[in-house]
Write a protein that binds this ligand. Structure first.
Ligand code: ATP
Length: 253
C-alpha cells in the first residue's frame, strides 16, 4: 500500500480525489496526500477542519475482492495503524508519551483524551461487488487555532509531546503498521487477529459509556470489540450488547 503516491498542496478532499482516480482505473494501494483540504469531510456529512502547513490529510484507496460487509472493519484496521504510528512517534520522546495515545471506538484517535485524528471510510459498489474503498484520515500534527465548537475536544500531537514531528515519517510509520495489520485482516476477513491489540488501545475499555442509538439510549461498560468490530457493551444485568458503528455514537460518562 502507498504506491503510487499523489501529493497536492491544496485539494478539495483527498477522499474525493482518490475516488476519482479509482474510477479512472488507478490500482489498489494508491495514496493521495494533501497539505490542505478546502472541503475536508467527516462522518455523517460533518466537516473536517483542514488548514495548510499543520497537519496530515491522506486517503488510501483499495480495490479488494472481499464482501461489502467487511468494508466498515477497515476503519478499525486504519484506526489501529494510526494509533500505533502515533504511539511510535510519541514513544521516541518518552514512554509516557506513547501511553497517552488511545482509540475512541470506532474511528477517533485521542491523545490525552483529546481528538487528534478522524477517519472516514467510503465504499463504491459495482453491481454486487466492491469497486473500491477509500479510507480518509486527518491527523492534527501542529499547534493551531481550532474553531470554537471543537476547541475543547480537539488537539494536535505536537502540543502533547513538545517536539517536532516529521509528517512524512509519521505517514510512513502508519502505512507500515497498516500493511502488516491488513495482511492479518485478510487471513480471516474479520478482526479476529486484531481485536486484542485494538482493545488494549481502546480508551473507553472498562469505563462506563452512553450509547446513543436511533432506537434509544443506554448505559453500560465498554469491554472491547467482537470479530466484526462491534463494540461490546456490558449492561448492568451482565448481558452483552453488540453495538454496530454505523448508527450510534458513544460518549464517555
Ligand atoms: P465525534 O464522535 O468526535 O463527534 P464522529 O466520529 O461522529 O465525531 P468524525 O468524522 O470522526 O465524526 O469527525 C467529524 C467531527 O470532528 C466534526 O463534526 C467536528 O466536531 C470534529 N472535527 C472537525 N475537524 C476536526 C479536527 N481537525 N480535529 C478534531 N476534531 C475535528
Amino acid at each position: 500500500v502507498g504506491h503510487p503516491l499523489l501529493f497536492f498542496n491544496s485539494i478539495d478532499s483527498t477522499n474525493i480525489r482518490a475516488k476519482l482516480e479509482a474510477e479512472q482505473g488507478a490500482e489498489s494501494g494508491l495514496l493521495v496526500v494533501a497539505d490542505q483540504q478546502t472541503a475536508g469531510r467527516g462522518r455523517r456529512g460533518r466537516g473536517w477542519e483542514s488548514p495548510s502547513g499543520s497537519n496530515i490529510y491522506y486517503t488510501l484507496m483499495l480495490k479488494p475482492d472481499f464482501n461489502a460487509d467487511c468494508a466498515p472493519m477497515l476503519t478499525l484496521v486504519m484506526a489501529l495503524a494510526v494509533a500505533k504510528g502515533i504511539r511510535q512517534t510519541l514513544g521516541r520522546g518518552s514512554e509516557e508519551g506513547a501511553a497517552k495515545v488511545g482509540i475512541k471506538w470506532p474511528n477517533d484517535i485521542v491523545v490525552d483524551g483529546k481528538k487528534v485524528c478522524g477517519i472516514l471510510t467510503e465504499m463504491s459498489m459495482e453491481r454486487a461487488y466492491i469497486h473500491h474503498i477509500v479510507i480518509g484520515v486527518g491527523i492534527n500534527v501542529r499547534r493551531q487555532e481550532f474553531p470554537e465548537e471543537i476547541r475543547d475536544r480537539a488537539a494536535a500531537i505536537e502540543e502533547q509531546c513538545g517536539f517536532r514531528i516529521s509528517r512524512s515519517q509519521l505517514i510512513a510509520d502508519i502505512m507500515e503498521a497498516f500493511e502488516e495489520d491488513y495482511e492479518i485482516f485478510l487471513q480471516t476477513h474479520d478482526l479476529k487477529g486484531l481485536r486484542d491489540s485494538y482493545a488494549k488501545l481502546l480508551v473507553n475499555r472498562d469505563r462506563e459509556v452512553c450509547v446513543l442509538d436511533p432506537k434509544g439510549e443506554f448505559r453500560g461498560t465498554a469491554r472491547g470489540i467482537n470479530d466484526q468490530g462491534e463494540l461490546l457493551v456490558e449492561r448492568q444485568d451482565g448481558s452483552i450488547e453488540e453495538v454496530y458503528a454505523g448508527e450510534v455514537s458513544v460518549r464517555g460518562v
